[in-house]
Design a binder for this molecule. Structure first.
Ligand code: FAD
Length: 402
C-alpha cells in the first residue's frame, strides 16, 4: 500500500500522523517549516491531555480562576470548576514551542516519516494522489505518490486551495508575549482574564493568559478587521497597564483564526482537519483540541477503510463530525453574535457569566467535552438571570429616551 500524506505537522497533522503510524499505516508528514511556532494563546482543556496522552509536564500553568471584564470594567471572577468539582478542573496553558515538537516527535518515534517541504500541487486519480512539494533544505522540486492526503495545513490551507475551495472568512488574532517580573507574575499565578469591549475586540474577546514566566496578551477581531488589530492591542495594553507593569515584550505574533467551518471536509482521497476545515469554535476561539480531535477521526476513517479512500467512504468522517458537533458549532456561533454583538450585549454577557449554573455548565463542557443535559431548574434560573440582565442593560435607556 502507498503511504498516506499528512500536510502540516502542527497539533492536527502530528495527531493524524501518530494515529496512522500507531495502527501500522505508512505515513509521511510534510511540514513547510519545522522552526515555525504557531501564534497561539495555548489554552487547552485538561481532557486533551488524557485523550491524546500528553504529559502534564507540558502544562506551563494551570488556571483555576477566570476573570471576565465587561466593557465598563465590571469584573466577575469565576472559579474554574465543573459540575462535580474534580482535581482536574483547570484550564491548561501550554506553549506551542513545547507542545508541537512533542506531538511531532512522538509521531516520528511511532514510524511517521517527517519531510521538511512545502506542498505545491496535488492531483487525484483513480489509483492514488500525486503530490509535488519544494524541499526546504535545497529548494528542489520533489514528488510523491500516495494513497490519500490529510490536509492539516491551517487557516490558509494549500490543500483546500488546490481542491479549488474558497478561502474561509477568518478572524485575525494577535498577541504579545510579555515577560513580567516575578512579583508581577504573582497577580497571574493561576488566573486568566478575558476583556470585553469594542475598544479591545469588536466581535470576539481579548485575553491575558499566563505562562510560567510570561503572559500572552492578545485579542481576536472578526473578518475584515485585520488592519485594526494593532490599535486594539494598544488599547488592551492601556486597559491592563496596571497589571503589566515592568513587563518586557518578548514577541508579537498574529495569524488567522477561522471560525466559519467548512461543511465539506471530505473529498475523493482527501480530508481536511483542524483550521484547514475552519473547525475553531466560535465564542471561545478554541481550536487546538478540535484540530487534534478531527485529525484523529480522519485518521481512524482511513485506518478502517484503506485502501478504499473514495469520497463515499471518507464522507463518513464528515457526517459523523457534524452529527456529533454540529449543534455545538451552531450554538457557539449564535452565542458569539448574541454575546459580543455590541457593548451593551457584552455587559449582558458578563452578567450571564455571574450565574452559577452558567459557570458550571460552561466549564464542564469545555473541560470534559461532554454534552451535559441541563436540569430544568437550572434552565429556569439561567433564563431568569439572562432576561433580568437584558432588561437591566436596555430598559432604563428606553425609559429615559422616552
Ligand atoms: C493568536 C492566536 C491565539 C490562539 N489561541 C488559542 C488558544 O488559546 N486555544 C486554542 O485552543 N486555540 C487557539 N488558537 C487557535 C489554534 O492556534 C489553532 O486552532 C490550531 O493551531 C489549529 O491547528 P492545526 O493543526 O489545524 O493548524 P496549524 O496549527 O495552523 O498548523 C498548520 C501547519 O501546516 C503547515 N503548513 C501550512 N501550509 C503548508 C504547506 N503548503 N506545506 C506544508 N506545510 C504547511 C504550517 O507550517 C503549520 O505547521 C489561537 C490562534 C491564534 C492565531
Amino acid at each position: 500500500m502507498k503511504p498516506v500524506l499528512v500536510v502540516g505537522a502542527s497539533v492536527g497533522g502530528s495527531t493524524a500522523a501518530n494515529t496512522l503510524a500507531q495502527a501500522g499505516v505508512p505515513v509521511i508528514l510534510l511540514e513547510r517549516d519545522l522552526s515555525w511556532v504557531k501564534p497561539c494563546g495555548g489554552a487547552l482543556p485538561p481532557v486533551a491531555f488524557d485523550e491524546f496522552d500528553i504529559p502534564h509536564r507540558l502544562i506551563s500553568r494551570k488556571v483555576r480562576t477566570a476573570e471576565i471584564h465587561s466593557p465598563t470594567e465590571r469584573t466577575t471572577a469565576i472559579r474554574v470548576a465543573g459540575l462535580k468539582d474534580r482535581p482536574n478542573d483547570f484550564v491548561a496553558m501550554a506553549c506551542r514551542e513545547d507542545l508541537d515538537p512533542f506531538l511531532r516527535g512522538r509521531a516520528v518515534q511511532n514510524g511517521a516519516q517527517l519531510i521538511e517541504g512545502k506542498l505545491t500541487d496535488l492531483t487525484v486519480d483513480d489509483d492514488g494522489v500525486t503530490v509535488a512539494y519544494t524541499a526546504k533544505a535545497d529548494g528542489s522540486k520533489q514528488s510523491l505518490r500516495v494513497e490519500a492526503v490529510i490536509g492539516a495545513d491551517g487557516a490558509y490551507s494549500t490543500v483546500a486551495k488546490l481542491l479549488g475551495l474558497e478561502r474561509l472568512p477568518y478572524c485575525t488574532a494577535i498577541q504579545e508575549r510579555i515577560a513580567l517580573p516575578p512579583s508581577q507574575m504573582e497577580r497571574w499565578h493561576d488566573t486568566a482574564a478575558l476583556y470585553l469591549g469594542p475598544d479591545v475586540s469588536p466581535d470576539l474577546y481579548a485575553w491575558v493568559f499566563p505562562k510560567e514566566d510570561h503572559v500572552a496578551v492578545g485579542l481576536g477581531a472578526g473578518p475584515g478587521k485585520a488592519k485594526e488589530v494593532r490599535q486594539l492591542l494598544t488599547n488592551l495594553k492601556e486597559r491592563v497597564a496596571h497589571d503589566l507593569q515592568g513587563g518586557e515584550i518578548m514577541m508579537e505574533e498574529a495569524y488567522a483564526l477561522p471560525i466559519h467551518p467548512r461543511k465539506r471536509m471530505a473529498f475523493d482521497r482527501v480530508m481536511l482537519v483542524g483550521d484547514a476545515a475552519g473547525l475553531v469554535a466560535a465564542t471561545s476561539g478554541e481550536g487546538i483540541y478540535w484540530a487534534m480531535k478531527s485529525a484523529q477521526r480522519a485518521a481512524q476513517t482511513l485506518i478502517e477503510h484503506l485502501p478504499d479512500a473514495s469520497h463515499a467512504v471518507l464522507r463518513q468522517y464528515e457526517r459523523a463530525w457534524w452529527r456529533d458537533y454540529g449543534t455545538m458549532y451552531r450554538f457557539l456561533q449564535w452565542l458569539q453574535k448574541w454575546g459580543y454583538g455590541n457593548a451593551r450585549q457584552m455587559e449582558v454577557f458578563t452578567d450571564m457569566c455571574r450565574n452559577n449554573d452558567v459557570q458550571q455548565l460552561t466549564f464542564e463542557s469545555y473541560m470534559y467535552k461532554e454534552m451535559t443535559p441541563v436540569p430544568w431548574l437550572a434552565q429556569m434560573r439561567m433564563t431568569g438571570d439572562i432576561l433580568g440582565a437584558q432588561i437591566r442593560h436596555y430598559w432604563p435607556r428606553r425609559v429615559f429616551a422616552g
